[in-house]
Design a protein around this ligand. Structure first.
Ligand code: APR
Length: 314
């Protein structure tokens, strides 16, 4: 039996690290693609990773390329292509540049891997995933955004640090957009089954939530030359695994919600069942009044972002 084919578009920090972890977990054979302007860089990274395989003990093949023909027939395509915001660049500049980039990627993938499941990682995520859905014309269950797994992982990390317990014992959930308006769900947060409210006082919990909300910015501030990539790549790898191994994981992902949560046709972070069919189900939770208000605020922010993108000449 052949291995699943996983293509990663954008061989930068997030793309190459995702390739590394997907290979280490033997999730499939991996194609790492970047634009011709970067030359043989994806080939170099792929070869370097292949040479780690005898030591790490994986049999996944990794290929680097600038040619979409090599991605043909992929089961999963991860889109990390894009540019980071540079000084002097407005949010709309970034929105416009990355929307054009992910749009062109979606067109190529539509032609070469019409049955693939697309995982969008490029930022601003909630708008980019909407753009990929539109340009690809794929059914919405086959286009999903990576945000919630990362945000929740950051939250779980901070909770484990606070309590001095294993990260494995922290269960948590965050909803909403990927950004300042993400919605923590204390009712869905527990430590070894104990509700977090019994272990951390509300004020301290709120501080941890705030740190989670600005988790990406904290890393940018430390790195100075780029944004986070280990945790984003780990989050993406978990989503790839859920799909190629049909694990039906319940994970928070940016999924297309229409009637669900009354969103009305936008991507927003919600718990989903992720398996071989992509987003197989959106899980609707009962929200408290304050959670609902926060979620609504988050949806409004996503709608504004998408409206700003749609107003641009793309
Ligand atoms: N097609 C394919 N790759 C492209 C394209 C394109 N049209 N345009 C740019 N790229 C590539 C760049 O050449 C670069 O190698 O995308 C890669 C992006 O890599 P980095 O600059 O290292 O950025 P990274 O840290 O990987 O982040 C990628 O993921 O988490 C998000 O906010 C992050 O939007 C960003 C994305």
């Amino acid at each position: 039996m052949s291995r699943p084919k996983i293509s990663i578009i954008g061989a930068g920090n997030v793309g190459a690290t995702t390739a590394h972890w997907c290979a280490a977990a033997e999730l499939g054979d991996i194609v790492l693609l970047d634009i011709p302007q970067v030359g043989d860089m994806p080939k170099g990274k792929a070869l370097d990773l292949m040479q780690a395989s005898p030591i790490m003990g994986f049999d996944s093949h990794i290929t680097g390329t600038n040619d979409y023909t090599d991605t043909k027939g992929s089961q999963v395509v991860v889109i990390t292509a894009g540019i980071a915001r540079k000084p002097g660049m407005s949010r709309d500049d970034l929105l416009s540049t990355n929307a054009k980039i992910v749009g062109s990627v979606a067109e190529q993938i539509k032609a070469t891997s019409p049955d693939a499941i697309l995982i969008v990682v490029s930022n601003p995520l909630d708008a980019m995933v909407q753009r990929v859905l539109k340009v690809s014309g794929f059914p919405n269950k086959r286009v999903v955004g990576q945000a919630g797994v990362l945000d929740t992982a950051r939250y779980r990390t901070f909770l484990a640090m606070e309590l001095g317990v294993s990260v494995e014992d922290i269960q948590a959930l965050l909803l909403g957009g990927h950004g300042d308006t993400m919605v923590p769900m204390p009712s869905c947060t527990s430590v070894g089954g104990i509700p977090v409210s019994q272990l951390i006082d509300p004020k301290r919990l709120q501080e941890i939530v705030e740190r989670t909300r600005s988790g990406g910015a904290e890393i940018v501030g430390l790195l100075k030359t780029g944004s986070a990539y280990y945790a984003p790549a780990a989050a993406t790898t978990q989503m790839v695994e859920a799909i190629v191994r049909d694990k039906k994981r319940l994970l928070p992902c940016a999924a297309y919600c229409d009637k669900e949560y009354g969103v009305g046709g936008y991507y927003v972070g919600v718990p989903v069942i992720l398996g071989a069919g992509g987003v197989e189900r959106i899980v609707e939770l009962e929200l408290t009044a304050s959670e609902r208000a926060d979620f609504q605020k988050s949806i409004t922010a996503v709608k504004e972002l998408v409206a700003a993108m749609n107003a641009l000449p793309l």
